[in-house]
Design a binder for this molecule. Structure first.
Ligand SMILES: Cc1ncc(COP(=O)(O)O)c(C=O)c1O
Length: 357
């Protein structure tokens, strides 16, 4: 090998990595740009509870010096009492993304299949790719109805975001319960947005379904996306196994304190949800005037059908400091996903949209 054909030194170790990891693209998170109005990743538009900041200030040097509680006992107790389950049915994660990783690593052996309706949260795909397991998509974009075929695909793991991202659409709880009953595998119902959809949660039925795992996040309705906190709910024997798989200290001491304080301030939480729903209704009314349509949303965003100009509108908005989500992908490229912002943010967005639509 002459010098010119040798790989550059920093890249020489790449040949030792798994070839499927090298050839995968990797999950692309929504853009995180400072100094712009972010209506692209479904964060909450209003600040978290003031009690969260007080709880963070209350974490003293000694607690910072030591490792956090590996099992997040207090946080799980507070969550359990709020949601009417036992603490043994709860696991805390570094965001619900971490809970998803724990599930994939616990459930999937070589060759086991994953299935989900599509389009949905893109990370479900990337986790399967990292794990080396095949994933089957069932297209549901025509009507966003639960595909009847899901339990018959032979999948060991089925994922369903409810409300769904990016559509915001909601599958009724009784249909999800029938899916859990019919499935010979684990059903994950990812309820990241369910607080914006009153009555939409399957969590009250957890005890009736031994193969059901429910996920919640603090990133949306608790306004703590930066703190990274998610909760997993399942039957206690499942949670005990998941505990073996998670990283030892997967939720840091500050985040555990923040999560407890956020859960204990339900008045603030309800206020965040109320503001979001009020602003979602106003956004819907205004977007309808543009002649755009969207599937009924149970989440804090709307997936608007915009037409051929969607990409151009996204780029122009971005140049003006307004970020919404656009995917250059079949089935989604004519749509924009808009997160509900504050009234001021929405007004500015709408002013620009009236000009561009
Ligand atoms: C359906 C869904 N699940 C999970 C997540 C990630 O949640 P977390 O911030 O708790 O990792 C998102 C984030 O957008 C989401 O849309």
């Amino acid at each position: 090998m002459n010098d010119a054909s040798k790989p550059a030194l920093p890249a020489a170790g790449l040949r030792h990595l798994r070839s499927d990891i090298r050839s995968m693209h990797g999950y692309t998170p929504g853009e995180q740009v400072i100094d712009c109005i972010k209506l692209n990743t479904n964060e909450c538009a209003w600040p978290p509870s003031a009690r969260v900041r007080a709880a963070l200030a209350g974490v003293d040097d000694d607690r910072l010096r030591k490792y956090p509680d590996p099992r997040a006992r207090r946080l799980r107790e507070v969550a359990a009492s709020l949601y009417g389950v036992a603490p043994e049915q709860v696991l805390a994660g570094n965001g619900s993304d971490d809970c998803l990783t724990i599930i994939y690593r616990s459930v999937l052996g070589p060759g086991d299949r994953v299935a989900c309706p599509w389009p949905t949260y893109g990370l479900y795909d990337d986790l399967a790719a990292i794990q080396g397991n095949p994933i089957e998509h069932v297209d549901w974009a025509r009507d966003w109805q639960l595909p009847a075929v899901l339990p018959r695909l032979g999948a060991k793991l089925v994922l369903l975001a409810n409300p769904n991202n990016p559509s915001g659409t909601v599958v009724p709880v009784d249909q999800l319960r029938r899916l859990a009953d019919a499935l010979d595998g684990i059903l994950v119902v990812d309820e990241a947005y369910v607080d914006f959809c009153p009555g939409g949660s399957i969590l009250p039925h957890l005890d009736a379904h031994p193969n059901l795992v429910v996920l919640r996040t603090f990133s949306k309705s608790y306004s703590l996306a930066g703190a990274r906190l998610g909760l997993l709910f399942a039957a206690a024997p499942l949670v005990a196994e998941f505990m073996k798989v998670k990283d030892s200290y997967n939720v840091n001491v500050l985040t555990q304190a923040a999560g407890i304080a956020a859960l204990e301030d339900q008045d603030h939480h309800r206020d965040l949800v109320r503001r979001t729903l009020a602003e979602r209704a106003r956004l819907e009314e205004q977007v309808a005037r543009l002649g755009w349509t969207w599937p009924a949303s149970g989440a804090n965003f709307l997936l608007c059908e915009v037409g051929a100009k969607a990409g151009d509108i996204y780029r122009t908005l971005k140049a003006r400091g307004l970020l919404v989500r656009w995917w250059d992908r079949p089935g989604l490229s004519s749509k924009l996903r808009i997160t509900v912002g504050t009234p001021e943010q929405c007004d500015l967005l709408l002013k620009n949209l009236r000009e561009l639509a």
